[in-house]
Design a protein around this ligand. Structure first.
Ligand code: SAM
Length: 359
């Protein structure tokens, strides 16, 4: 996969002469904790606010549409996605908002470069949203190769225009590397057995083959363990998807950019009365939630002097304030309507001051 810096972002203003490709028909994606996310990112803005909201994971544009509807016309939304199909779908959905929308085909570790041209004319930055992971469309479209429920080429790339597929990974990695992927990204206790079975069965080219190999590799007692609700291949599919899309590294590289780009309320040149920039993260498994939790806790920490020091010598002040107490989860009604919301964890912060310059 090429380094993040070489990923050229493609910007499309919604009024540009060449609109995105027509969206393929497909199942809907329900935006998780939509009203809470909208309140956090679009809330507390004056009616004449001018600035930029970034949806770094545009998907079907559900959160983006809610953000646009909740903000004054002076607010521009930059929608980033690495999946060209998602951009096409969201482009259609957001067309009624006209030139308040800018679509960017990019991976979000290129966040700063992707939003710079828009901030230069429509800034300042008011907030950034990450709704991590895959969308329902990606999972439900069997041909994308994300799901063991359909038999399709083993792909799993969110960006179908570049990069190695899951088949490349399974067929090209040694057993040790596969074990690490399954353990680290899938927390799969049977990683060694599954990796050895995959190596023996190569080449593995379809999702159906992968699922069957994983199921056959597991001891019967594990396969039929009482209380097991998920398919035994679930962890393997999650692990490969995270590895193929470098999901954790990309998020780790992007989140500090969002915190750095979001200005504090008292930023020079920022209109008085405008609150600081906000960053919200919806995570769906503990690995990505941990990255947000640590980054936010670190930025929210003030004085780090030993407790027995009578006065502060470090001078450190919090860079952000936490807007959520711990992680917030959807209530039972939302989970009933949208089972995919079950594992969601929402965290958000508001930037209070700029980071001190690094030496
Ligand atoms: C959970 S969906 C977002 C759904 C969206 N909030 C909505 O309401 O429709 C996640 C989307 O983020 C995109 N995505 C995931 N990781 C990305 C990354 N590193 N860079 C850009 N897009 C990414 C996926 O392609 C997918 O379309």
């Amino acid at each position: 996969m090429p380094p993040a810096t070489s990923w050229a972002a493609t910007l499309v203003r919604m009024t540009d002469p060449e609109p995105p490709r027509p969206a393929p028909a497909g199942p809907a994606h329900l935006p998780v904790l939509r009203d809470r996310v909208t309140g956090l990112l679009a809330g507390d803005l004056p009616p004449d606010a001018r600035g930029v909201l970034v949806d770094a994971t545009l998907g079907a544009g559900g959160h983006a549409a809610a953000l646009l509807a909740a903000t004054p016309p002076g607010v521009t939304l930059v929608g980033i996605d690495q999946d060209p199909d998602a951009l096409a779908l969201a482009g259609e959905r957001l067309a009624p908002f006209g030139d308040r929308v800018v679509l960017v085909h990019a991976r979000f570790d290129a966040l700063a470069a992707s939003v710079a041209p828009v901030l230069a004319t429509a800034g300042p930055l008011l907030g950034v949203l990450y709704d991590l992971g895959v969308s329902s469309m990606q999972l439900d479209r069997g041909e994308r190769g994300f799901s063991f429920r359909a038999d399709a080429p083993l792909d799993m790339r969110m960006d179908t225009t570049r990069g190695a597929t899951a088949a490349d990974l399974v067929n090209g990695s040694d057993a040790g590397a596969l074990v690490r992927i399954l353990r680290e990204y899938g927390e799969e206790p049977q990683a060694r057995r599954i990796a050895d079975a995959l190596v023996r069965a190569r080449p593995v080219t379809t999702t159906g083959e992968l699922a069957r190999i994983v199921r056959d590799a597991l001891p019967a007692a594990v396969r039929h363990r009482s209380g097991r609700t998920a398919d035994p291949a679930t962890r393997t599919f999650q692990a490969l998807r995270i590895a193929v899309n470098a999901e954790l590294d990309t998020f780790r590289a992007s989140l500090p950019q969002a915190l750095e780009l979001a200005p504090p309320a008292a930023h020079p040149g920022r209109p008085t009365g405008l609150r600081g920039g906000r960053v919200a993260v919806l995570a769906y498994h503990s690995l990505e939630d941990r990255i947000a939790k640590r980054a936010f806790a670190d930025a929210a920490r003030g004085c780090v002097c030993p407790p027995d020091l009578p006065v502060c010598a470090c001078g450190r002040e919090p860079l952000v304030r936490l807007l959520t107490r711990g992680a917030e989860s959807p209530g039972p009604d939302e989970v009933d309507r949208n089972p995919r919301a079950r594992s969601a964890r929402l965290r958000a912060v508001e930037v209070l001051r700029g980071a001190p310059p690094t030496a």
